[in-house]
Design a protein around this ligand. Structure first.
Ligand SMILES: Cc1ncc(COP(=O)(O)O)c(C=O)c1O
Length: 456
């Protein structure tokens, strides 16, 4: 069974090495199999494993080198094996679990050192960037209004501050934490689509005057839509002056802080109270493995520590559940620990640099091609662009995005920017080659031409 599984995994890895000509849709036999009732009896494991691999083969795998849609992950091979080992032992890092806790803590320190947040960082791994952001903002709320976790928010008015283009998870945290989505101050952005630091300071001062408690400022680095990196240092000054928690949402972009090419964009990172990094995005490991970094876990403990009769508590002993909102938690740090051990920081940094270069290459190809218009120079590895077109440009790009999905040679997402429809390519995959990048203008141009001539 294990040998057969290994064969299937190897076949998948080989197929990810090169782009395939299209994305095959589920066939009639898949639909039939996926509608069969609950099996009363079992079957041979190899038969079921083959069926599973068959379903996955007609599913959109982010591991493929031409998956440029959204911010994917790339299923780094050692990470896949890490997941298999992790699941075999199935350690639960909700409670103290021996050496596994130390491995998680070491991984957090390595991420702190890699990004420049703090080589002695504390924190934990979480299910995703959404959970890491919520966990950090829960600690921020408890610091801004101590005791809220017990008393509830009552009539107290609170606010969060972030770029108008921050990820939705900030708004969701405001909803869950009783801050209220209406009290997320979506601060205007500048011409580089970064938060206006002066506007943020003004909003905090105005709220303080009105009796509203500022809970946290969220610096996005970089934004999901365009990869813009907020001025962390400038926001750190504002937060220091107003005594407000600074959280960096680097779920997507923070690994680029380790690079020569983009590192300076992240100046001031070490001054933030907390930071989110999704290792399942730009540190290449499979989903899911988000990392929440803090300088001192005490702030998390103030928000989450508790006592319950069904867990072991020594005199001073806290469990990982005393620092986060999740209970049962897999040792997802293991795959990242293995990735750092097997590849080393240098190779991982080089892979991120390559993705940055790929975005720059695509931008230059599009700039030199009169058929295309670029939204702006990429700060990280997201490139937004569109086909110049005299007619209804938004309708054309909506249709183009669907036609590209149906064509299946490249996976690319549509993006709503300033009320217009653009295309958006994101490079976060270690398997992507220069040839894959060059396919983007070729395929988009060809499909766009076909749509235009069909409607002419
Ligand atoms: C900037 C940013 N923050 C948070 C998230 C949410 O992360 P997750 O999907 O892991 O919950 C994303 C996802 O793309 C993101 O780009």
């Amino acid at each position: 069974m294990l040998e057969h599984a290994a064969t299937l995994i190897l076949e998948a890895w080989k197929s990810f090495d090169r782009a395939r000509p299209n994305q095959p849709p589920p066939a009639a036999h898949h639909l039939e199999m996926l509608n069969t009732p609950l099996p009363a009896e079992g079957c041979e494991p190899v038969v079921a494993l083959d069926a599973a691999a068959d379903v996955l083969d007609v599913s959109l795998a982010q591991s493929r080198p031409r998956f440029f849609a959204y911010i994917g992950s790339s299923g780094l091979e050692i990470g896949v094996l890490g997941d298999a080992l992790m699941a075999s032992h199935d350690v639960n890092v909700a409670t103290s679990a021996g050496a596994a806790d130390m491995l998680e803590a070491q991984t957090i320190r390595w991420v702190g050192a890699f990004t420049g947040f703090d080589p002695e960082a504390q924190g934990l791994t979480a299910a995703g960037g959404t959970v890491s952001n919520l966990t950090a903002l829960t600690a921020a709320r408890e610091r801004a209004l101590p005791g809220t976790r017990r008393t509830g928010v009552g009539g107290r008015r609170m606010a969060l501050y972030c770029s108008a283009e921050a990820h939705y998870s900030v708004r969701r945290a405001a909803e869950v934490l009783g801050v209220g989505a209406d009290n997320v101050r979506a601060i205007p952005i500048d011409e580089q689509r970064r938060i206006r630091v002066d506007e943020c300071a003004r909003a905090i001062a105005a709220d303080r005057r009105a009796g509203v408690v500022p809970v946290a400022v969220v610096a996005t680095s970089g934004t999901t839509l365009t990869g813009a990196v907020d001025d962390i240092d400038g926001l750190a000054d504002v937060c220091a002056e107003h005594e407000v928690w600074l959280h960096v949402d680097g779920a997507y972009g923070l690994p680029a802080a380790a690079t020569e090419r983009a590192g300076k964009l992240f100046e001031g990172l070490d001054r933030a109270d907390s930071a989110t990094v999704d290792a399942h995005k730009w540190l290449y490991v499979p989903k899911s493995c988000s990392v929440l970094l803090v300088h001192d876990a005490v702030a998390l403990e103030r928000a989450f520590s508790h006592r319950e009769g069904y867990m072991l508590h020594g005199d001073e002993q806290l469990n990982p559940v005393d620092r986060t909102l999740e209970y049962s938690r897999p040792l997802s740090a293991l795959k990242l620990w293995l990735a750092f051990r097997v590849h080393g920081a240098r190779a991982i940094r080089a892979a991120i640099e390559r993705n940055l270069e790929q975005a720059a290459l695509l931008a230059s190809l599009l700039r030199d091609d009169e058929r295309f218009e670029l939204l702006g120079e990429p700060q990280l590895s997201v490139v937004c662009f569109r086909r110049r077109h005299g007619g209804d440009i938004d309708a054309h790009h909506a249709a183009l995005a669907s036609a590209l999905a149906a064509d299946g040679r490249i996976a690319i997402a549509p993006a709503e920017v300033d009320s217009g429809t653009w295309l958006r390519a994101c490079f976060v995959n270690h398997r992507t080659t220069e040839e894959d990048v060059r396919a983007v203008p070729d395929v988009v141009g060809e499909i766009s031409d076909a749509l235009l001539s069909a409607t002419a």
